[in-house]
Design a protein around this ligand. Structure first.
Ligand code: NAP
Ligand code: MG
Length: 404
């Protein structure tokens, strides 16, 4: 075999938990280490290590991602009450993804991997629909209150100069009810807009954005205005030159158009819309195992990962020594995405080719009929075979050898 590919600059490697951690090692062993002298700065974000380091490891890994510009992350457990017991945790540590996202000040873009035989449920969808979710504020940072009958709810705003404004929300004369306060910030919306326009340019996709500005004349309208302003000031020329379009419409119109489209664009969504629509789009494109995600920081650093979690149910089977058939495609694409980005920044031609060939080999394997159980259940191929977690990666390696 030829010499292994060398890497001049390290890639930040964030390891994680459960079944995806098992897959992580298999990918490195079977598909990466035989071909590349992997140069990674390693951070172990397993729940045990986050607990041991009082979550400092997560913070350090995010800073490293900013420093080196490219990271690849394995899925991680976000602890809940049950995990507190299972892992005897000192604290209910926050979601690592939330921590990393806020340090990197980034936007998450979630994209489906499309292969022949796994047909989207929406039959006119031919190309990916990439959802960009604004992951700050609105209902996710709300204040809520249950109000008794006869109560009255108001908004009170105090300006920096002490001036106050009071707005009546509702008088609950004959019934009890509920109220909610929400906010967002210009800085966060602007950062979101910048990430969306930059990423659209980078991958040469049109950008769609939608809110309900006709009903929410100040709140949603501000989102629209900031996007317009950022576009006019920084991106209009660049989009023109690249032959790309920025398209704004109302959220309900956007939903209707998305259904009728053939895909091939980024759909920027407010926080709640992104939460809901990303699950709808993922389900319509097939399996969660075929959805990748990339966090793009305002400063241009990239963190790649699978959109799914640690696949706990499969991990418990694996621990009992039972066979698993877990889809490794999204985790594999996190690696190829990161390697490709690293290669681009370092002008490492061999690494670029390798990353592309590995993706091609993975797709070709599924299209040849070899796949994990989740895809087996969906595939329309006549001749198909369900293989276990390791067998799938070995089959990808056979294809890869043919391509290299
Ligand atoms: P999940 O790990 O995504 O798995 C949910 C179910 O989806 C699985 O049980 C499996 O269905 C199917 N699935 C997901 N990925 C698959 C794959 N690669 N191959 C085959 N099937 C796949 O979500 P969860 O069970 O809600 O969460 C498990 C843990 O992951 C939690 O601790 C959560 O905090 C964490 N999580 C982490 C991230 C992240 O780090 N980005 C994201 C989400 C969740 P079947 O069981 O029917 O086969
Ligand atoms: Mg959701």
């Amino acid at each position: 075999m030829a010499d292994k590919i060398k890497m001049t600059t390290p890639l930040v490697e964030m390891n994680g938990d459960e079944m995806t951690r098992v897959i992580w090692e298999m990918i490195k062993e079977i598909l990466l280490e035989p071909y590349i002298e992997l140069n990674t700065e390693y951070y172990d974000l397993s729940l045990e290590n986050r607990n041991q380091t009082n979550d400092q490891i997560t913070i350090d890994s995010a800073r490293a991602a900013i420093k080196h510009g490219v990271a690849v992350k394995c899925a991680t457990i976000t602890p809940n009450a049950q995990r507190m017991q299972e892992y005897t945790l000192k604290e209910m540590w926050k979601s690592p993804n939330g921590t990393i996202r806020s340090i990197m000040d980034g936007t998450v873009f979630r994209a489906p991997i499309i292969v022949d035989g796994i047909e989207p449920l929406v039959r006119n969808w031919k190309k990916p629909i990439i959802i960009a979710r604004h992951a700050y504020g609105d209902v996710y940072k709300n204040i809520e209150h249950s109000i008794e009958e006869g109560g009255r709810a108001e908004i009170l705003v105090t300006e920096a100069n002490g001036q106050t404004h009071k707005h009546l929300i509702h008088e609950f004369r004959n019934t009890a009810g509920i109220v909610q306060g929400q906010h967002n910030t210009d800085a966060s919306i602007e950062s979101f807009a910048m990430s969306c326009f930059s990423y659209a340019l980078e991958i040469k996709y049109d950008l769609w954005f939608a809110t309900k500005d006709t009903i929410s004349k100040k709140y949603d309208h501000r989102f629209k205005d900031i996007f317009d302003d950022v576009f006019e000031r920084h991106y209009k020329k660049l989009f023109e030159n690249a032959g790309l379009e920025y398209f704004y419409t109302l959220i309900d119109d956007a939903v209707a158009r998305v259904m009728r489209s053939e895909g091939g664009f980024i759909w920027a969504c407010k926080n709640y819309d992104g939460d809901v629509m990303s699950d709808m789009v993922a389900a319509a494109f097939g399996s969660l195992g075929m959805m990748t995600s990339v966090l793009v920081s305002r400063g241009g650093a990239y963190e790649y990962e699978a959109a799914h979690g640690t696949v706990t149910r499969h991990y418990y089977k694996h621990l009992k020594g039972e066979e698993t058939s877990t889809n490794s495609i999204a985790t594999l694409y996190a690696w190829t995405g990161a390697l490709y980005k690293r290669a681009e920044l370092d002008r490492n031609h061999d690494l670029t080719i390798f990353a592309l060939m590995l993706e091609k080999a993975a797709k070709a394997t599924i299209e040849s009929g070899i796949m994990t159980g989740d895809l087996y259940a969906l595939s329309t191929l006549q001749k198909k075979e369900k293989v276990n977690t390791r067998e799938f990666l070995i089959a990808v390696n056979e294809k890869l050898k043919e391509l290299l």
